[in-house]
Design a protein around this ligand. Structure first.
Ligand SMILES: Cc1cc2nc3c(=O)[nH]c(=O)nc-3n(C[C@H](O)[C@H](O)[C@H](O)COP(=O)(O)OP(=O)(O)OC[C@H]3O[C@@H](n4cnc5c(N)ncnc54)[C@H](O)[C@@H]3O)c2cc1C
Length: 482
């Protein structure tokens, strides 16, 4: 293996230049994990390409030598999707950070894969537009990672997830070809299949995204409730009344405590839960909906309205810092991500409380309440060797709860390596085979981000009805068959 990686390092140095290839073990360790630090592997080799052609050349070499490879953007993923392979190549897109075009008339932007989510909005703002999907990590996460994870954010309730905003993607396919997938292509929706494929169907090298017009009016309010159940009832009432807020986010008492300790957000004291509701659109519509929302939050003991952008930012500060803030109240924690039907929120939150008591682990809840996307933060003390395992078990029990209520084991963080073992809780073997067939159609050699999504590693020849493909390089005798 060392020989193969050594040979590849020499080849890549010739193709990309020596400053774009990392072989030094200390520097390689920088890339050993993503935002989910429990899974770590030092990559065999790291390359930092600057063009799609370089990525295609790297992938072609990987196929020729049967070397697995993994794409990485900013490494903020929370499911171990960008976890590298010790016997493989990590292809990092951080040097591909150009916004290539802002097309105001066409309401679209064309960007390289390493461009951060927020950089697209910053480039579009002077023209009165922005990029709507807004993961809390938007200052650092890359659009390539967003595509791979079909990322969401607080404002995706009204505006939709990444998949609703991607118009086209140039990708390097798992056999090293550069092709463009366009939403307007006739036939199968291959762009739709690519978005959310967690880096297993190829590497995005250029993306065209939709730009959204800035709303005429934005109104943000914070409502404080005695309990999450009361907050959950308000969420159902607002959506049930036909109102689709731009965002409707909930934090429970423990999440509020963490945020207070970290950023002093000064939410109403004594709240068992707070809801942040943001309405946007034409001024008159926002005014009418705002009055309705205040009525529907009748169980709230305090409602605050942001008078200007400064107050709006103050309301959002606690929510946006919540994940990191939990570090203030616990030495370690697991960020979980599951979905339940919105109407089940009060019951599910009460059950999470009961599970938390049963397992002896505190759980802070901060989540996209409007679309039932929970982010329970399971707190534990990593100095206690048994505490991590207990927290892990509790996390699994919460996911079971989501599935039992007709929900999902992930809303936006993806399956990656972390949740692959939970896939059989949602899908039958036949379902998994069907998904694997799609993967094999793109990557019959199982080299593109292998070991992710699927619980049991299998080769394409092992999926009923799927034959392992013969790569053109194999057919021409340039590479061996395996
Ligand atoms: C504090 C914090 C808050 C977060 N909040 C949110 C949130 O609100 N909503 C949300 O959805 N997520 C959130 N996340 C998760 C994460 O930021 C997103 O999943 C993000 O899209 C990952 O982007 P990245 O560039 O960091 O990707 P990486 O972590 O580098 O990679 C993620 C996956 O994408 C693949 N990939 C990367 N680049 C490409 C490419 N060019 N082509 C093909 N595949 C590629 C990788 O192989 C991997 O499977 C949060 C994370 C953190 C740490």
């Amino acid at each position: 293996m060392a020989d193969r990686l050594g040979e590849l390092a020499r080849r890549f140095t010739g193709l990309l230049g020596s400053d774009s290839v990392i072989t030094d073990p200390v520097r390689l360790r920088t890339y050993e994990c993503d935002g989910l630090t429990v899974h770590r592997t030092t990559p065999g080799l790291v390359v930092l390409p600057t063009t799609a052609e370089q990525i295609a050349a790297v992938v072609t070499e990987c196929v020729r030598t049967r070397t697995p490879y993994v794409a990485r953007g900013s490494g903020t993923g929370l499911s171990g999707g960008a976890l590298p392979r010790g016997d493989g190549v990590l292809i990092v897109t951080t040097r591909m950070r150009r916004v290539l075009e802002i097309d105001v008339v066409g309401r679209r932007a064309v960007v390289e894969p390493g461009v951060t989510n927020l950089a697209i909005t910053q480039a579009a703002l002077p023209h009165g537009y922005y990029y709507a999907p807004d993961p809390s990590s938007q200052q650092v996460c890359s659009i390539g990672g967003n595509l791979a994870e079909n990322s969401g954010g607080a404002h995706c309730l009204k505006y939709g997830f990444t998949v609703n905003h991607v118009l086209a993607a140039e990708i390097v396919t798992p056999d090293g070809e550069i092709v463009t997938l366009d939403a307007l292509d006739p036939g199968y929706d291959l762009l739709g299949a690519f978005v959310g494929s967690e880096g297993t169907l190829g590497i995005a090298t250029k993306t065209t995204v939709r730009l959204t017009r800035l709303p005429e009016k934005v109104k943000t309010l914070l409502a404080a409730f005695e309990s999450t159940e009361a907050g959950g009832r308000a969420v159902s009432a607002v959506i049930g009344a036909g109102i689709v807020p731009a965002a409707i986010e909930m934090m429970d008492a423990l999440a509020i405590e963490a945020a207070e300790a970290s950023v002093r957000c000064e939410y109403p004291p004594g709240a068992g839960a707070v809801l942040i509701v943001e309405l946007d659109g034409p001024e008159e519509e926002v005014a009418a909906e705002y009055a309705q929302v205040v009525d529907l939050c009748s169980e709230a003991f305090e409602i605050r309205i942001a008078a200007d952008d400064v107050e709006r930012a103050a309301i959002w500060k606690g929510r946006k810092s919540a994940f990191a803030a939990v570090g203030r109240i616990s030495p370690a924690y697991i960020v979980q991500d599951g979905v339940v039907p919105r109407t089940a929120l009060p019951e599910v939150l009460a059950r999470i409380d009961a599970l938390s008591a049963e397992y002896g682990c505190r759980v802070a809840n901060v989540f996209h309440a409007g679309d039932g996307n929970l982010h329970p933060l399971v707190l534990f003390d990593d100095a206690d060797p048994r505490a991590g395992a207990r927290a892990e078990e509790l996390s699994g029990a919460i996911l079971d709860l989501c599935v039992r209520h007709g929900g999902s084991i992930t809303g936006e963080h993806g399956v990656g390596v972390d949740k692959s073992r939970y896939m059989p809780r949602m899908f039958s073997e036949d379902d998994l085979d069907a998904m694997h067939r799609l993967r094999c159609a793109f990557d019959p050699w199982n080299l593109c981000n292998p070991g992710k999504i699927f619980p049991t590693p299998r080769l394409c020849g092992e999926v009923p009805g799927v034959r392992r493909g013969v790569h053109p390089l194999v057919a021409s005798g340039e590479a061996e068959l395996w």
